[in-house]
Design a protein around this ligand. Structure first.
Ligand SMILES: NC(=O)c1ccc[n+]([C@@H]2O[C@H](COP(=O)([O-])OP(=O)(O)OC[C@H]3O[C@@H](n4cnc5c(N)ncnc54)[C@H](OP(=O)(O)O)[C@@H]3O)[C@@H](O)[C@H]2O)c1
Length: 336
């Protein structure tokens, strides 16, 4: 009897602890498989509760381009929860005024939200626009380079003018705007430059070759700039969203530079909600996460595989999905 008791007493705790271990591991895997952001952003969400976000953004001057719709608008609304100063830029002044009104409905002081219409392709106007912001708010703490357009076309059919047009807006637009605000940030010895890239800027997407190239270019420029600005006390944050609900495909380039894709695909496929994206992005900015991946699954997991096992990703995983996307495009089905 005592032999049996001693066997049980040594076996049972080990058995229970094994079960606990398996249950904990399963819960952890389940949790990770449902994450809609990478591990750096997860850490930021744990360490930046709302009071800390409030404290970080308080009094900051934040200039957002592409603020008239989608991710830029959602970020402005998210930031309007904090006592900061927001500059809203894009081409459509009427839409920007609506976003300003929404920020005010959210509690923002009307004096703290500035509508500053601009065309990101008019590089020559940037010094004047920077002066307007400085005259109104005295400084620029955070620049969010977000204005952009996507593309839906096969490379073989696409005019070179499209490749150039996308680079001009999505890449040179960010570079020019950043260079225009850098002297202020360098003089202040502080600031944050944000660049919206995409998961496409990490791993490419068929039917979006020029877009993917522009987003890879953004990653290359801003990752290198981060190293140069480190000693100036300036942070550079690259943000890579997966699919987020927005109007991006309405204005996407096609094979013909004069024609927009003009398809509303907000409800095609699964997408992250814009508000959720904006919250996660605000946390990543407050925590100054250098590079964040914010996306629903399975895109997030695919990005990890593409990053760490590129050959596996190219050979087995992506080839099937990519061919499906190309087939859909050729069949004239709506493409996210
Ligand atoms: N939605 C997604 O799934 C997704 C995924 C990955 C990355 N992104 C990136 O996120 C950013 C925002 O995209 P979104 O989804 O919010 O698209 P969106 O709803 O179409 O917004 C694009 C914004 O860019 C502005 N814009 C376009 N051309 C401009 C120009 N020449 N000058 C100034 N502003 C211009 C537009 O404003 P006006 O028309 O008023 O000028 C609009 O405010 C883009 O850089 C995009 O590549 C989006």
């Amino acid at each position: 009897m005592s032999g049996l008791a001693s066997i049980l007493s040594s076996y049972l705790p080990c058995c229970v602890s094994n079960h606990l271990y398996i249950i904990s591991l399963s819960l952890l895997i389940w949790k990770l498989a449902h994450l809609d952001h990478d591990l750096s952003v997860l850490w930021a969400t744990l360490t930046y509760p709302s009071w800390r976000l409030q404290r970080y953004f308080s009094g900051k001057v934040i200039w957002i381009t592409g603020a008239s719709s989608g991710l830029g608008r959602a970020l402005a609304l998210q930031l309007s929860n904090y006592p900061c100063k927001i500059v809203l830029s894009a081409r459509r002044a009427a839409e920007l005024t609506k976003v300003k009104a929404e920020c005010e409905d959210n509690g923002a002081d009307p004096e703290s939200v500035m509508v500053l219409p601009m065309d990101s392709l008019e590089f020559g106007k940037l010094p004047g626009l920077v002066s307007e912001v400085l005259e109104r708010f005295g400084t620029i703490d955070i620049l969010v380079n977000n204005a952009g357009r996507s593309q839906r076309s096969l490379a073989e059919d696409t005019e070179l003018a499209v490749d150039k047009g996308i680079m001009e807006l999505n890449y040179f637009g960010y570079v020019a705007h950043t260079k225009a605000v850098l002297p202020t940030m360098i003089a202040n010895k502080t600031g944050t430059v944000v660049a919206l890239s995409s998961l496409t800027g990490k791993m490419g997407t068929p039917c979006s070759t020029a877009y993917a190239a522009s987003k890879h270019a953004v990653m290359g420029f801003f990752s290198s700039l981060r190293m140069e600005l480190y000693s100036h006390g300036i942070n550079v944050c690259t943000v890579c969203p997966g699919p987020v609900r927005s109007n991006i495909s309405l204005h996407s380039f096609t094979e013909d530079v004069t024609k927009e894709y003009n398809q509303d695909v907000q409800d095609v496929g699964r997408k992250q909600e814009t508000d959720r994206f904006a919250y996660l992005m605000s946390v990543a900015l407050a925590a100054r996460v250098p590079e964040s991946w914010i996306s629903i699954q399975p895109y997030l997991l695919l990005t990890y595989i593409a990053q760490y096992l590129p050959s596996v990703y190219q050979s087995f995983l992506f080839s099937r999905g990519a061919q499906k996307r190309i087939k859909k495009f050729k069949n004239k089905e709506c493409l996210y």
